[in-house]
Design a protein around this ligand. Structure first.
Ligand SMILES: *Cc1c(COP(=O)(O)O)cnc(C)c1O
Length: 466
């Protein structure tokens, strides 16, 4: 399987899965997509019904890694990746109301769905770096969940150093401690005296500094990395198979910000899974809802909400869907993205928007509506959802059609957002046993001013062989 960028024509030196795994973004600034979508036959779907989650994940990912990584190696990696989950089903499916299901993606080490892809990415990086005898320095910025998932996935990996920047004092205590209490020597946490945008700008500046990038072999694991999307496809397939696919349609509702998780459900449809609708759930940062309801994709600035992992300005992964809806016309896609960058307003052609609307609907919940939804699912079904998951469930409930199961992606454990859960339900959700002593663990991080050369020096010092 070879890959191409959304921003330039395919050519004869298209990269393989292992090439794009380590580079993330294409050199032209575009996002990678497979040259064509692998198709899964009805017979194969039926055969997959009985597989364990790791075996199914290996089967799906091997379609994207064909020619780069052997299926047997992927199976070993998938079993290792999902061995740190604290639920035997890995991704349990719970019926919350008649025909409305919660697909729980938060049973991994950091209690958010980012573990689903990141744990697999840790295995894939280790495998490819070993084979190519290379080392990399992963640098990332986080407002919370991504940083801890990345640190958990890459801690202790011999060929990887990982550096995560977080805005000083602006992550929740659980989120900060999940990052800063990891004691492995290849992990460096830096608290930046600034906000999340400062952290992200600093990461971008490091990637733009070619000399530094080569000196430390810079790499990224942000949500535009194709391998992350690929590793998010198996749970859509698995839950649909459990409810009657491929002989029955299902719909998915996904609380999303960067459009990563819902892009994976759309990808599953391209591969042949019968999906009726993809429902996007958003909070008051509703750029995606405004787009899907009114073709208004305009940047308005981020407001903090009860579902902070969806507090975003621009949904990076949307570019992949746009490219497909322009019939893979890279020139048009590139022009639209450049104009969006300059004006803060994306002019999606009306016919492309209408095509998108055939597959997607959307629902926005502000903070009060989110609390009300959490309270209702708790009082009517004894189901305790975190704010992100409640947005997915409520969006799904709104669009549920008779006879078509609606599967909502539950993306965080309630204990990750205890204040909102307490307010909505009166419950004080408990951290699972492996994190029960989180608040008494030793923290380790550096605090640095919002200054690029200070951060670069700290990274150089961190990657010196000890
Ligand atoms: C990251 C995250 C999301 C949004 O994921 P996208 O990649 O933007 O689709 C939703 N909920 C939680 C808890 C998250 O951590």
């Amino acid at each position: 399987m070879l890959y191409r960028s959304t921003r330039s024509a395919a050519h004869d030196k298209n990269p393989s899965f292992s090439d794009i795994l380590l580079s993330g973004l294409a050199p032209d600034g575009g996002l990678y997509l497979p040259m064509e979508w692998p198709r899964i036959s009805r017979e194969t779907f039926l055969k997959w019904r009985g597989l364990s989650y790791p075996d199914l994940a290996a089967e799906v990912i091997s379609l994207f890694a064909a020619g780069s990584i052997e299926p047997e190696a992927l199976r070993t990696m998938a079993h290792a990746a999902y061995s740190h989950f604290d639920h035997a089903a890995i991704v349990p499916l719970v019926e919350v109301e008649n025909g409305l299901f919660s697909l729980e993606l938060f049973h991994g080490p950091t209690l958010a769905f980012k573990d689903m892809a990141m744990q697999m990415l840790g295995q894939l990086f280790e495998y490819v770096l070993e084979r190519e005898d290379r080392t990399v320095t992963i640098v990332g910025a986080t407002s919370g969940d991504t940083g801890s998932a990345a640190i958990e996935a890459f801690k202790g990996k011999a060929r990887v150093k990982i550096v995560i920047l977080h805005p000083l004092g602006r992550t929740s205590e659980v989120q900060r401690r999940q990052m800063t209490t990891v004691q492995d020597n290849n992990v460096l946490n830096i608290a930046i005296e600034g906000d999340f945008d400062d952290c992200q700008d600093m990461v971008k500046a490091m990637f733009a500094d070619t000399a530094f990038r080569q000196e430390v072999s810079l790499s990224a694991v942000n949500s535009i990395n194709w391998a992350r999307i690929a590793a998010q496809i198996p749970y859509y397939i698995r839950s649909a198979l459990a409810l009657g696919a491929p002989d029955r349609e299902v719909s998915f509702a996904v609380p999303t910000g960067n459009f990563g998780n819902v892009l994976a459900s759309w990808a599953a449809e391209q591969m042949g899974l019968p999906i009726r609708k993809h429902i996007v759930g958003s909070n008051k940062n509703d750029i995606l809802t405004r787009f899907l309801l009114n073709n208004d994709m305009s940047v308005t600035g981020v407001e903090p909400s009860l579902s902070p992992s969806m507090d975003i300005q621009v949904s990076s992964n949307f570019e992949r869907l746009l490219f497909e809806m322009l019939d893979r016309d890279a020139d048009r896609c590139c022009a639209i993205m450049q104009e969006f960058r300059q004006t803060g307003r994306m002019a999606v052609p009306h016919d492309a928007w209408e095509k998108i609307r055939e597959h997607f609907s959307a629902r926005r919940l502000d903070d009060d509506e989110t609390i009300a939804a959490m309270r209702r699912f708790y009082t009517e079904s004894h189901y305790c959802a975190d704010p992100h998951s409640a947005i997915g469930l409520e969006a799904g409930r709104h669009y549920k059609e008779a006879d078509i199961p609606m599967i909502a992606a539950a993306t965080a454990h309630p204990a990750k957002f205890p204040d909102a859960v307490k307010k909505a339900t009166g419950l004080q959700p408990e951290l699972p046993p492996h994190l029960a002593d989180l608040f008494s663990r030793q923290e380790r991080y550096s605090t640095l001013p919002n200054n690029l050369s200070d951060v670069q020096s700290a990274i150089r010092a961190h990657i010196q062989p000890r």
